[in-house]
Write a protein that binds this ligand. Structure first.
Ligand SMILES: *Cc1c(COP(=O)(O)O)cnc(C)c1O
Length: 414
């Protein structure tokens, strides 16, 4: 994957004159094109919808764009539910997939008419406490050792999420006996997965379980939710997931399994976040200093507050230095932030052109799980978010935090 940026050095300098670094900037045109591609690839699927995982980029301006493209919202907390509501995403356009869920959250999800996806058999009781049971219920299935996991999500049998197979087979008939009429089936077993066959296998697993539920308990599954987890090529040598290949593979299984079982039409939905916005966001920073110690350290004006993934999972994020693209990458830097944590590094031993104070640095693929993961450790304030609109103009869609925001929860008088 050739890693490019959607602005020139001088365009970026114009943006920086108005909006000082650091900031995240999102490319609206690319987000829309990508959303349309996803819809096109999966267009044969009955009731296809992607419920955008709000945690990936919880900004109403971004959610609005995705709503216009026909996406729903996948929410895991009350604030995320309210964000969806404020964007005008309500009813069954919201999937509420949380875990260790409090009663209040179910209440809020019920108020909005969201689809409730239960993470645990215990949640049946919690939900009953919140209100009378809804007409439609979904459960999250955890296949345990039946599926291999990956680095971010871990092995399914070690994962805190979902119901075991035995629990699934008990939960649906129980809900039916309590008067629930409509059923969905969900799973999410991998995160940032680049192997397209993995998703075809997930469909096979869910289709198999839907068929079993019909045979054993006369449960007619209305939809399967494939979860999120479609990966993106963070590294230049990686390849993006071919959605058309995934779609064809699932279509074949649908014809082989679902149609003969009498389950057609079975809706197929996703709750992807990363692949929807990830590649179309960039963290823009300025080099503050280049320090020579036992190694060379390029210190930026941002830090892991703005992007946690490298520190959290050792994740690779590509770096471009606008205006220096044609220079040889003959210097090696640890590209660091200003936090008092030695893992506050965006890159380690990264080959780059020679850096100088004042250089603009663009960190790629921050459009999902970028801004949203940040914290205020060390009194670091969160950056602004900008949108590069389809017409090329740049608009601020979230201001940077100020000290007043940071102090807002404190009481200095006591
Ligand atoms: C995080 C998460 C997603 C989105 O994952 P991506 O990797 O961003 O696609 C979807 N569903 C659930 C339940 C999640 O926890």
């Amino acid at each position: 994957m050739n890693k490019t940026i959607p602005f020139t050095k001088s365009e970026l300098e114009t943006i920086v004159e108005k909006y000082p670094t650091p900031f995240h900037i999102y490319d609206e045109k690319a987000i829309r094109e990508n959303a349309r591609k996803m819809k096109d690839a999966f267009s044969w699927m009955p009731g296809f919808k992607n419920y955008f995982a709000v945690k990936a980029c919880p900004n109403p301006s971004i959610m609005q764009i995705l709503k216009e493209e026909g996406f729903g919202a996948d929410c895991s907390s009350i604030p995320e539910l309210i964000l969806a509501e404020k964007t005008g995403i309500i009813g069954e356009n919201i999937m509420c997939t949380s875990n260790d869920t409090p009663v209040e959250e179910f209440l809020e999800a019920r108020r909005l008419g969201a689809i409730i996806n239960l993470d645990d058999i215990l949640h049946i009781e919690t939900l009953e406490k919140s209100s009378k049971l809804p007409e439609l219920i979904c459960f999250r299935y955890n296949p345990g050792s039946a599926r291999a996991g990956n680095v971010i999500i871990g092995h399914p049998e070690e994962a805190k999420y979902g119901l075991t197979r035995d629990q699934v087979l008990k939960a649906y008939p129980l809900m039916k006996s309590k008067g629930v009429k409509r059923f969905g089936l969900h799973t999410m077993v991998a995160s940032n997965e680049l192997d397209p066959d993995y998703f075809i296998e997930t469909a096979r697993m869910l289709f198999g379980l839907a068929i079993e539920l019909k045979a054993k308990a006369d449960i007619r599954t209305e939809f399967v939710n494939m979860g999120g987890g479609i990966g993106i090529p963070y590294r230049p040598e990686e390849k993006e997931v071919d959605l058309y290949y995934v779609s064809d593979g699932i279509k074949k299984l649908y014809k082989e399994m679902i149609v003969p079982a009498g389950l057609d039409p079975l809706k197929i939905v996703f709750e992807c976040g990363r692949m929807v916005t990830g590649p179309y966001g960039y963290l823009v920073s300025t080099v503050r200093q280049v320090a020579e110690k036992y190694k060379s350290y390029a210190g930026l004006d941002s830090c892991m507050t703005d992007l946690m993934r490298p520190a959290l999972y050792g994740a690779y994020h590509h770096i471009t230095v606008p205006g220096k693209g044609n220079l040889p990458k003959d210097h090696s830097y640890d590209v660091t932030g200003s936090l008092c944590e030695n893992n506050d590094k965006f890159a380690i031993d990264r080959e780059l052109p020679e850096l100088e104070p004042g250089d603009l640095v663009v960190i790629h693929d921050t459009g999902a799980h970028g801004y949203s993961m940040g914290f205020n450790y060390n009194g670091k304030l969160k950056s602004a978010e900008l949108l590069m609109q389809e017409d090329g103009r740049v608009r601020m869609i979230r201001r940077a935090e100020t000290m007043d925001d940071y102090f807002a929860t404190l009481n200095f008088k006591d």
